[in-house]
Design a protein around this ligand. Sequence first.
Ligand code: FMN
Length: 169
Amino acid sequence: MKQTDIKSSLGKEDVIDIIGQQWMLVTAGTKDSYNTMTASWGGMGYLWNRPVAFVFIRPERYTHDFIESNERLTLSFYPESYRKALQICGTKSGRDIDKAKETGLVPVELEDGVMTFSQARLTVVGRKLFKAPMKEAEFIDKSILAQWYGGGHGGLHDVYVVEIEKVFE
Ligand SMILES: Cc1cc2nc3c(=O)[nH]c(=O)nc-3n(C[C@H](O)[C@H](O)[C@H](O)COP(=O)(O)O)c2cc1C
């Protein structure tokens, strides 16, 4: 895995597609204690004069604990052949299974002690800048509340904005 220039590596990507359709793993923690989960909601852009990424994590995710207790996280992207692995990481909890063992993904520690997996074709390292819980009252289109937060969907997401510090290919 080699560090690359942020603009030239992410400039090649269709962010809506790689997050929304191809999915990513959000990983936080250290070599000895980390967790990962699949996410398909999020984005990348420019805020406070920095390149940033934002992710939306429901508080009940085990990964949420690790995002809370660590300064950084990674977003990692995989070839289509890993769809099954991402499916597992998005339907099982690290509270119940060892996701690396179950999927064959090989954990790799990067600089700054962050974690990704050797099979990733792209890993974005982000440092937390901002967190806010979504609040019911702030939804302008209330139909989204019923659609995504009613009947068994789970809690309102926490929004995290992270500064994109490094990208590895
Ligand atoms: C395609 C896909 C996308 C997902 N996107 C998100 C997301 O953006 N935010 C979120 O909180 N959960 C998302 N999930 C659900 C978590 O990945 C899932 O609850 C996972 O089992 C959490 O694992 P953990 O408890 O080990 O953290 C997604 C699941 C799938 C399959």
